[in-house]
Design a protein around this ligand. Sequence first.
Ligand code: SAM
Ligand code: SF4
Length: 322
Amino acid sequence: MPPSRFVDPFGRFLDYVRISITDRCPFRCRYCYPHEPFSFIPHERILRYEDILYLLSLFPSWGIRKVRITGGEPLVRKGVLPFLVKAAALFPSLYMTTNGYFLKESAPTLKEASLKGVNVSLDTLDGTSFCKLTGVDGLERVLSGIDTSLSLGIPLKINAVAMRETLDQIFPLLSFAAARGVTLRFIEQMPISSDPGESFLSQEEVQERIRTRFSLEPLPLEDSASPASLFRIPETGQTVGFISALSHPFCHRCSKVRITSDGKIRSCLSSENELSLLEALRERDPASLEKIFNDSLKQKGLKHCFQSFHHHRGRTMGQVGG
Ligand code: SAM
Ligand code: SF4
């Protein structure tokens, strides 16, 4: 693959694109959906699968090395499974992030598509707190989705947003992941759709809790652009990661942009600067698309601006594509 064609003003090369294929989701995770009224993007403004596939066909020659399909909840969109099969055939380094609610029935097709990896979000193993946090009584479905995927050999990681109210879930989640040989990563809450307030739990606090039972040995980054710092727990042999945008920003190694489900490119999650790809996509105009990618990168700041919640009342995390 050629090196990336895109470099931002601070010398970071773009080689990773996250594409949100829908802003809809059956869950209402407290940290993701806003507490204020909001509206979904109308269907006619959502990127068509053909448009996304066209974009994916351009990526290899642009030096894009990784694509993640996300949402909203990607598995809720009609026609998503045949789309994923086609997408992975066009762009083999394809990943997906899901809440796991539709994973069990989707797993055989995901296996057939040979997705490079699936991240499943799971913040708690307690059914009551799962229901409280997501608004859906769906823990058992998510767990069976995870186990079905693993039994089929789908490469999987678990991501848990760290929250004060689920502090007691750190060890159950660690045991769950260790028993399955799966990497668990704790994500610090970002002030995007709602203010974490007292619920915010820092990497230090999670690590402090883990160290009451286990040791944490630092590991090298999985790859230079990865947001997660990794540790090995020698007592269990498992790997645990921390994605800590607030306490340990990783902006200096950020190599990604996001594409929203209505076809806007955003070079930083924390910035509301967006450029529309829609017209150039519909016209199948690669030169214009390349220019828009370049223009978007010119807007990429050196650091995120997640200092306070009031700056981030625009799109929700589910709309941008977390
Ligand atoms: N619905 C899918 C899911 O939940 O995995 C994919 C979309 S979701 C927006 C992607 C990731 O963003 C999830 O791991 C979720 O936990 C995370 N996320 C959402 N809001 C967040 C926030 N305010 N801070 C940190 N992570 C957040
Ligand atoms: Fe839905 Fe994922 Fe947002 Fe939860 S984090 S509301 S599952 S999009």
